[in-house]
Write a protein that binds this ligand. Structure first.
Ligand code: SAM
Ligand code: SF4
Length: 332
């Protein structure tokens, strides 16, 4: 193997890792029913990576070939110092894109600063446009905060803002079309994400709420028209994109349950406590926190060595919650 190949994150199946999703906190200002249980226990501060440690981890990954970092959580905007973190990360030489996934609640406060700090794109999660339903789905959130957050992100100059919606049968599946129409009328993109069986949630039985993305695609094709769209960003990963006919809005389908895309997986996740997860649907991991704190010089080499443990694919089964960690603790 050449020196160059050895310093890149390439797994046993020839997949090159170029995308890191970094969870900056496991805490959140909402409690979406499909993501969290009602009474969550959060990590004590000492177990959470400091901002400096997150920069070290990110630098190591960029040196190993990562080109894109997504800040996520929990809710990334509740992490103290998030703007400063973004500022430091955006300056890492070799990083092409720093992006964020947020619930949007705090964007009126942070959108401008994030833009200035070098965050280039934002995904905003929104699962309902009905005020009462939104409150129920998030257990106490206010839809108005998110709508204002979307406006704030547009005013701050963010382009290609993408909405994320998890569609659940019997809960919000009557809003597939209105969410897409909302995206189109506001000049936004939208992705539909299939619910994954991550963690016990208590609020509903996931096998009863599952909606296959193909039915969403069929509905939108019929009602709005969808055209093929070749998304050429090689670091972006497995989402499949279409374009709403006659508009600039893209529609993405993230279908982990019905259309396994693991063969093209180019990503890994680091949790807020510094656990490197090589696959969302498996527990193979490496404790980066102890490496950074005890023997920081080994960090890059340990990450490199761990990549052989990246599993070929996930085995999600909505009837069998084998992964007890919630999405909020994982970095969705
Ligand atoms: N708090 C931020 C937000 O909601 O956008 C970022 C973290 S959240 C865990 C990231 C994404 O994961 C959101 O779009 C959310 O809807 C999605 N998500 C959470 N739990 C999920 C689950 N069990 N299955 C599928 N998507 C999930
Ligand atoms: Fe919080 Fe995001 Fe999970 Fe909702 S989906 S509870 S906003 S982390």
């Amino acid at each position: 193997m050449s020196g160059l190949a050895e310093s890149k994150l390439v797994d046993r199946f020839g997949r090159e890792v170029r995308y890191l999703r970094l969870s900056v906190t496991d805490r959140c200002n909402l409690r979406c029913t499909y993501c969290m249980a009602e009474d969550m226990k959060f990590l004590p501060k000492a177990r959470v990576l400091s901002l400096e440690e997150m920069v070290l981890v990110s630098e190591a990954f960029v040196e190993l070939g990562v080109e894109k970092i997504r800040l996520t959580g929990g809710e990334p905007l509740v992490r103290k110092g998030i703007v400063e973190l973004a500022q430091s990360l955006s300056q890492i030489k070799g990083l092409r894109e720093l992006v964020m996934t947020t619930n949007g609640v705090l964007l009126t406060q942070y959108a401008k600063d994030l833009k200035q700090a070098g965050v280039s794109r934002i995904n905003i999660s929104i699962d309902s446009l009905k005020h009462e339903r939104f409150r129920k789905l998030t257990r106490f959130g206010a839809l108005t905060d998110v709508l204002n957050g979307i406006e704030a992100a547009k005013e701050a100059g963010f382009e290609r803002i993408k909405l994320n919606a998890v569609i659940l049968r019997g809960i919000n599946d009557d809003e597939v079309l209105s969410l897409a129409e909302f995206a189109v009328s506001h000049g936004l993109d939208i992705s539909y994400i299939e619910e994954m069986p991550l963690g016990e949630i208590g609020s509903h039985n996931r096998s009863e709420t599952a909606v296959a993305n193909i039915s969403i695609k069929d509905l939108l094709s019929r009602e709005l028209g969808l055209d093929r769209h070749d998304h050429n960003d090689s670091a972006s990963g497995p989402s499949k994109y279409m374009k709403v006919t006659g508009t600039a809005s893209r529609v993405g389908f993230i279908s982990p349950m019905t259309e396994n895309f693991c063969a093209s997986c180019n990503r890994v996740r680091v949790t807020a406590e510094g656990r490197l997860l090589l696959c969302l649907g498996n527990e193979h991991s490496l404790n980066l926190r102890s490496i950074i704190r005890d023997r920081p010089k080994d960090l890059k080499q340990e990450i490199l060595a761990s990549i052989v443990r990246k599993p070929q694919k996930h085995e999600f089964d909505p009837n069998d919650i084998t992964i007890t960690r919630h999405m909020s603790a994982t970095g969705g």
